[in-house]
Design a protein around this ligand. Structure first.
Ligand SMILES: NC(=O)C1=CN([C@@H]2O[C@H](COP(=O)(O)OP(=O)(O)OC[C@H]3O[C@@H](n4cnc5c(N)ncnc54)[C@H](OP(=O)(O)O)[C@@H]3O)[C@@H](O)[C@H]2O)C=CC1
Ligand SMILES: CC(C)CCC[C@@H](C)[C@H]1CC[C@H]2C3=CC[C@H]4[C@H](C)C(=O)CC[C@]4(C)[C@H]3CC[C@]12C
Length: 355
């Protein structure tokens, strides 16, 4: 049996480009596309089969923002496969983005212009909404649903004598300043995207602590700035077209302007070919494209605070361990040195504070 790979958000952008690259590399793969929209999933499957007619591609309906959908999809995946070699946690959203033009012009003439262009730091805010579970949608999609998926697929990921990889599509927009322990869903802020990506970096660290001994290795990547549905939602397309020459020029100064989904998928693909035991759990792997158009992957240290390292350690516990909880409310209980956040009295997060 070939390696089994599940990619969430596989029907467009970086996820779809990754699938193309994986199938070009290994024709024996069993590739499973985790998508919320079946029509878009079928179109993606069709496109993949046109270029790889013999490939084994299947679809699983999966809305990562819905607890019910994740639980149902995980059950189906456990039924279909007896192993999972790679779990790409790639689906992500940035709803209702707003560009702070004042900050942009200020940043343009500061010494941090390149940093601003490669991270988008301080330039973007979003308006979040609630899911039907009552969770903040960005948190539920970019982090929580994926965490549940990892937990539910544990029997396929943890197999004696075998190793597996969990790979998060994070971002260089992940910022410590956007993440608040008292509000891990980012209910009260305007940068839920940045907060959720920072939390995924922390969660990946915690997953390594918890699972490395069972052969599961978690990594985070940043694909760079890629033109996809997500980025086209930030500016009107005519504006992107106008600034495109500037972006190609900027590539001479920062290799983070990968621009094409194929390039953005570089680090995801690179990780596929690595021995997971050799990876640095404290690194974020960046897809980079040089001014001459060469793609490469570079590890950079995850930006954790110097004096406080926060470790998210999400676990599943039995309902009777936690008493009252209201639906959709991820409430935080302080239990030194842990903050415990619970959901429906069943899933909870331990956030350990280390000095
Ligand atoms: N583009 C960029 O510059 C950067 C992107 N990223 C990250 O890359 C990842 C991929 O995004 P990208 O390819 O750019 O954008 P796309 O919008 O093209 O792809 C996002 C994918 O996620 C899927 N998705 C969204 N919400 C859900 C959900 N609830 N359940 C299941 N699937 C869902 C989308 O499905 P559907 O088609 O149904 O909407 C789509 O397939 C994201 O995590 C993003 O944060 C990180 C840094 C930079
Ligand atoms: C002339 C102006 C209208 C130009 C405004 C440009 C900004 C809209 C963009 C400049 C840098 C961009 C970004 C950088 C990093 C991305 C990050 C890695 C990610 O995960 C999502 C998208 C980015 C934040 C992206 C968004 C647009 C910019 C801020």
């Amino acid at each position: 049996m070939g390696k089994v790979v599940l990619v969430t958000g596989a029907n467009s952008g970086i996820g779809l480009a990754l699938c193309e690259r994986l199938l070009s590399h290994d024709a024996q793969l069993q590739l499973c596309l985790g998508c919320r929209n079946m029509q878009r999933a079928e179109a993606a499957k069709h496109a993949l089969l046109v270029s790889h007619p013999k490939a084994q591609v299947s679809i699983i309906q999966l809305d990562v923002s819905s607890v019910h959908s994740v639980l149902r999809a995980a059950q189906e995946i456990r039924h279909r496969y007896n192993r999972l070699d790679y779990l790409y946690l790639n689906a992500g959203i940035m709803p209702n983005p707003h560009v702070d033009y004042k900050a942009f012009y200020k940043g343009l003439f500061s010494g941090r212009a390149i940093h601003m262009f490669s991270t988008g730091e301080g330039l973007l805010t979003q308006k979040d909404t609630l899911t039907s579970d009552g969770l903040q949608k960005v948190f539920a999609t970019n982090l929580f649903g994926h965490f549940l998926l990892v937990r539910e697929l544990e029997p396929l990921l943890c197999r004696p004598g075998c190793s597996s990889q969990v790979i998060w599509t994070s971002s260089s927009n992940a910022q410590r300043s956007a993440f608040c322990l008292d509000d891990i869903q980012h209910k009260g802020g305007v940068e839920p995207y940045s907060s959720s990506k920072y939390a995924s970096d922390l969660l990946s660290l915690a997953l390594n602590r918890r699972y490395n001994s069972q052969g599961v290795y978690s990594s985070v990547i940043c694909p760079g700035l890629v033109m996809t549905n997500l980025t086209y939602g930030i500016l009107p397309s005519f504006l992107w077209t106008l600034i495109m020459p500037l972006m190609w020029l900027l590539r001479m100064f920062t290799n983070t302007f990968t621009l094409m989904p194929y390039n953005g998928a570089e680090a995801l693909f690179w990780l596929f070919m690595q021995k997971p035991e050799t990876l640095d759990p404290l690194a974020k792997y960046h897809s980079l494209t040089s001014g001459l158009g060469n793609n490469y992957t570079q590890p950079r240290k995850v930006s954790t605070d110097n004096y406080v390292i926060l470790t998210l350690c999400l676990q599943k516990i039995s309902p009777d361990l936690l008493n009252s909880s209201s639906q959709g409310d991820i409430s935080l209980l302080f239990d030194e040195p842990y903050l415990i956040c619970k959901y429906e009295g069943y899933f909870y997060a331990q956030i350990k504070l280390e000095s």
